[in-house]
Ligand binder design. Structure first.
Ligand code: HEM
Length: 203
């Protein structure tokens, strides 16, 4: 494949401005400026990850060499909120926005790329969450610290599956379109101003 950009690289380039825009809109420093803000942020994240994970639940990735558990990232968020004392019943009863449809396995790969790739950025922020809020990888900030070594095989398998796709093909277009749609889903619902759906979950 000399001279042709592997699909992961293409994907990163085709979502770069969406990532930058999302990062800017979220203003993470403000979200971790107090435990109250942090919990509200986690509640919004939970609504989005759990909606996207439910959509992924209808796909079987075993032919690609990995399994994607239904609650990977959202489970960490639930555990963090529970550590801090947030009532999960309210959280689970809150209305969740509808995630973009994933009609094909390529759409599912585009979505997983965004969910699992976001763990890299979260991990980079984890030391700051610990310094500012006193929350750690075993108490309150598991979502930020992530699965560590345990999570790496999934990320590697996702990237291998993505890079096995011809980067100039209709399959590749589906992966890219879905990753962009997933970024836009987070962009629409994650910033604080669009929090109406979930803020009631956090006192
Ligand atoms: C809110 C503040 C955020 C910050 C400061 C941030 C920062 C970063 C950083 C530093 C990386 C590179 C990490 C590395 O290569 O080791 C990264 C990667 C990534 N982030 Fe974010 N991020 C944020 C939010 C998000 C969100 C909300 C999503 C999507 C839901 C997201 C999706 C991704 C993806 C897909 C990658 C992997 C790109 C690749 O290497 O292919 N990020 N982020």
């Amino acid at each position: 494949m000399t001279g042709v950009m592997a699909l992961h690289k293409r994907l990163r380039e085709e979502t770069r401005t969406l990532h930058e825009d999302l990062e800017h809109a979220v203003a993470i420093d403000e979200q971790i400026s107090s435990r109250t803000r942090y919990c509200a942020y986690l509640a919004r994240l939970w609504a989005l990850y759990s909606a996207a994970e439910s959509a992924l639940g209808s796909h079987d990735f075993s032919a690609l060499g990995f399994n994607y558990g239904a609650c990977r990232r959202s489970q960490l968020i639930e555990s963090d909120l529970s550590d801090i004392g947030v009532d999960l019943v309210n959280l689970r009863n809150a209305i969740r926005p509808k995630a973009p449809a994933l009609p094909t396995i390529e759409h599912a790969l585009g979505c997983i790329y965004v969910l699992e790739g976001s763990a890299l950025g979260a991990r980079a922020m984890a030391p700051e969450v610990e310094t500012k809020l006193g929350l750690t990888g075993t108490y309150g900030a598991k979502f930020f610290w992530g699965y560590g070594e345990e999570g790496k095989p999934i990320w590697r398998a996702v990237l291998a599956s993505i890079n096995a796709i011809d980067p100039v093909s209709s399959e590749a277009e589906r992966v890219i379109q879905s990753a962009q749609a997933t970024f836009l889903f987070f962009r629409r619902w994650l910033p604080e101003c669009s929090a109406a759906v979930t803020t009631s979950a956090v006192a």
